[in-house]
Design a protein around this ligand. Structure first.
Ligand SMILES: Nc1ncnc2c1ncn2[C@@H]1O[C@H](COP(=O)(O)OP(=O)(O)OP(=O)(O)O)[C@@H](O)[C@H]1O
Length: 518
C-alpha cells in the first residue's frame, strides 16, 4: 500500500496571452491516489493550467513542484513530461499509425522501431487494467472509447504517474465510460493521481475526491467532493450575477438559477405555434458508413417537422454519424430518397469539429464567413464590405460570449468550448430549414449549453426542424420532443416524450424493436 502524499504543487501560477489574462495566481495541489476534478466555464483557464503542468506551455510566474522537485515553470519543459500524461480533448494520436507505432513515436521519436515488443507492452498493460485494446490497427479505425483507452495506456507505458484527462467522457458511450472508470480506479489504487477536467457536474461529484472551480482565470473554490452539491458547484462556476441573452438578443442581467437549472439537467422545450410542415423526409434510405467503427444505414424512414427537436439515440456506432452525414448531404445513398422543404438550407454541427467543421489555422472571421462570403451585405462588386463583415462577426462573438477573442484570432488559439461556439454560431446564423446537430453540447459549459440550446429553440420558433444526435440520453430528454432509436443502422423505435415513458429506451438501444411504446 502506498502512503498518500502531495505529488503536484502549483503555486500562484499566472499566464497571459497578449492582453488576455488566462491564469491569475492559481494555486492547486494533487495527492497520490487522488482524482482532483477541475471545472469551470469555457475559457476559464483549465486547459492552460494543465498544459503548464504537462510542460507544453511556459508560465509567466508561479512555482511548480512535482514529486518534491521544483520545476522551471517559466520554460516549456520536455524533461518531466514522462511523469505527466496529458490526454487532451481532441486526442493526441496519429490517425494513420497503429497503437504500437504511436508508442514508439512518442518514446523514441520513431527510431529503433520494434513494433512487436511495443505491441506486447501495450497488451500487458491492458491486461493489468482489465481492458481490451487493438494495438496493431491504424488508430483511425478505432471507436472513440477504444482510442481514448489506447492513448491512456500509451502515456502510462511512457511512465506517467500523473494523468491529466481533459473532458474524458464527452463523447463516450455508457459502457466506454464504465471501462474508463475501471482504469482510473486501478491507476489511483496503486498511487497514481489524476487531474480530471469536465463540465458534467454530476459526474465529477461521482468520480472525484476533490473538486476545484475556476472562473475567468482564477481558482475560486476547492471542495472535498462528498462535502459539496451540484448546485453549489454550479453557483461557483457562474458567479453571483450572470449576464444572459434575452429572447430579443440583447444582453440582460439574469439570476444564476437559470443556469443552475441547466447544470442540473432540468427539462426545457419549446411549444411551436406555427403550422406543422414537413422540413425533411427520409424514405427507405440506405447508405454506406464512411468510418470503420460505424454502421451504414439500412432502410431508414424518418420525417422531421418544423418546430420540433427530434433526438436520435443509440449505442455509439449504430449509424448516428452516417445519418448525420446523409442528412447533411455528404454521403451518396445506395437506395431510397431524401426530400427537403423547398431545397432549404441545412445547418450542420458535426461530431468532430476539427475534422469536419473548422479550419484551425484560419481566423474566426474566415471560419464564420464560409458559405456566406457572397451575401449581398458582405460584398460590393469584387470588394468586401469590411464594416458589415466585422459587425456580423462581432455579433456572433458577443452573442455566444466567446471570451477574449477578436475577429482575427486564429481558431486554434480558442479553447475547445469556444471553438464549438464558432461552429454553432456560423451554422445557426443561416436561418436553416433543417438543423443537424451531432453532440452539439460537447465541451460546452452550462452557460454555453444554454446559449446553444436557446439558439436551437430560436431556430425552431422560426420554423426549422432540428435533429439532435447525442450519446448522452439525459441531454436528449432535456430538450427533445421525441426520440428515435437507431440500432445497427436501422430505426428500431420511437418515444414521444409527452406520451411515453422512457422505460423501453434501454431495450431499443439493445436492438429490441418497438413500433410505439405505451
Ligand atoms: N495558445 C493560445 N494563444 C492565445 N490564447 C489562448 C491560447 N490558448 C488558450 N488561449 C486563451 O486562454 C483562455 C483560456 O483557455 P483554456 O483553453 O485554458 O480554457 P478552458 O477553461 O480549458 O476552456 P474549455 O472548457 O472551453 O476547454 C481562452 O480565452 C483561450 O482563448
Amino acid at each position: 500500500m502506498f502512503a498518500h502524499s502531495t505529488i503536484v504543487q502549483m503555486h500562484q501560477v499566472s499566464k497571459r496571452f497578449g492582453d488576455l489574462v488566462a491564469l491569475e495566481d492559481v494555486s492547486v495541489e494533487l495527492n497520490s491516489g487522488e482524482i482532483h476534478a477541475i471545472i469551470g466555464e469555457n475559457g476559464a483557464g483549465k486547459s492552460t493550467l494543465m498544459r503548464i503542468l504537462g510542460g507544453h506551455f511556459a508560465a509567466d510566474a508561479g512555482t511548480l513542484v512535482i514529486n518534491g522537485a521544483t520545476i522551471e515553470i517559466k520554460r516549456a519543459h520536455q524533461g518531466y513530461r514522462a511523469s505527466v500524461g496529458f490526454v487532451e480533448q481532441e486526442g493526441g494520436l496519429i490517425d494513420e499509425m497503429t497503437g504500437a507505432e504511436n508508442l514508439i513515436l512518442a518514446e523514441r521519436g520513431g527510431f529503433w522501431s520494434d513494433t512487436p515488443s511495443a505491441s506486447k507492452r501495450l497488451r500487458l498493460l491492458a491486461e493489468t487494467f482489465d481492458t481490451e485494446i487493438a494495438t496493431d490497427v491504424p488508430v483511425v479505425s478505432l471507436a472513440m472509447g477504444q482510442r481514448q483507452r489506447l492513448e491512456i495506456l500509451i502515456v502510462l507505458a511512457l511512465g506517467a504517474r500523473i494523468l491529466i484527462l481533459d473532458e474524458p467522457t464527452a463523447s463516450l458511450s455508457v459502457d466506454d465510460a464504465k471501462a474508463l472508470g475501471g482504469i482510473m480506479r486501478e491507476f489511483t489504487r496503486t498511487g497514481g493521481a489524476i487531474f480530471y477536467i469536465s463540465h458534467k457536474l454530476n459526474e465529477v461529484r461521482d468520480v472525484a475526491d476533490r473538486i476545484s472551480v475556476m472562473r475567468r482565470g482564477k481558482l475560486v473554490s476547492t471542495y472535498a467532493a462528498r462535502n459539496t452539491t451540484v448546485t453549489a458547484l454550479a453557483a461557483d462556476m457562474v458567479g453571483d450575477v450572470v449576464r444572459s441573452r434575452s429572447s430579443s438578443g440583447s444582453i440582460a442581467e439574469a439570476a444564476p438559477t437559470d443556469l443552475i437549472k441547466v447544470a442540473l439537467g432540468a427539462r426545457d422545450e419549446i411549444a411551436f405555434e406555427g403550422p406543422k410542415v414537413e422540413v425533411c423526409r427520409l424514405s427507405g434510405v440506405s447508405a454506406p458508413a464512411r468510418y470503420k467503427s460505424e454502421a451504414g444505414l439500412s432502410d431508414v424512414n424518418l420525417t422531421v417537422f418544423s418546430g420540433e427537436i427530434v433526438g436520435i439515440a443509440g449505442v455509439v456506432g449504430s449509424g448516428q454519424t452516417t445519418l448525420a452525414e446523409v442528412m447533411a448531404g455528404l454521403v451518396q445513398l445506395t437506395s431510397g430518397y431524401i426530400r427537403q422543404k423547398n431545397n432549404g438550407s441545412v445547418a450542420y454541427i458535426p461530431e468532430n469539429r476539427h475534422r469536419d467543421a473548422l479550419a484551425l489555422s484560419l481566423s474566426i472571421q474566415d471560419n464564420l464567413l464560409v458559405h456566406l462570403q457572397s451575401r449581398p451585405e458582405f460584398l460590393r462588386g469584387l470588394w468586401f464590405r469590411h464594416a458589415n463583415v466585422r459587425r456580423h462577426v462581432d455579433g456572433i462573438l458577443n452573442r455566444f460570449r466567446i471570451r477574449g477573442a477578436k475577429a482575427e484570432t486564429l481558431v486554434r488559439m480558442l479553447s475547445g468550448g469556444n471553438q464549438q461556439k464558432v461552429v454553432v454560431g456560423r451554422e445557426l446564423d443561416k436561418t436553416p430549414s433543417l438543423v443537424v446537430a451531432h453532440n452539439p453540447f460537447r465541451g460546452l459549459d452550462v452557460r454555453a449549453i444554454q446559449d446553444v440550446r436557446d439558439s436551437m429553440f430560436d431556430a425552431c420558433r422560426a420554423g426549422s426542424g432540428v435533429v439532435m444526435i447525442s450519446s448522452d440520453l439525459d441531454e436528449l430528454v432535456q430538450s427533445c420532443h421525441r426520440i428515435v432509436v437507431l440500432f445497427s443502422g436501422r430505426v428500431v423505435g420511437e418515444v414521444d416524450l409527452h406520451k411515453d415513458g422512457l422505460h423501453a429506451l434501454g431495450g431499443m438501444m439493445g436492438g429490441i424493436e418497438y413500433d410505439r411504446v405505451g
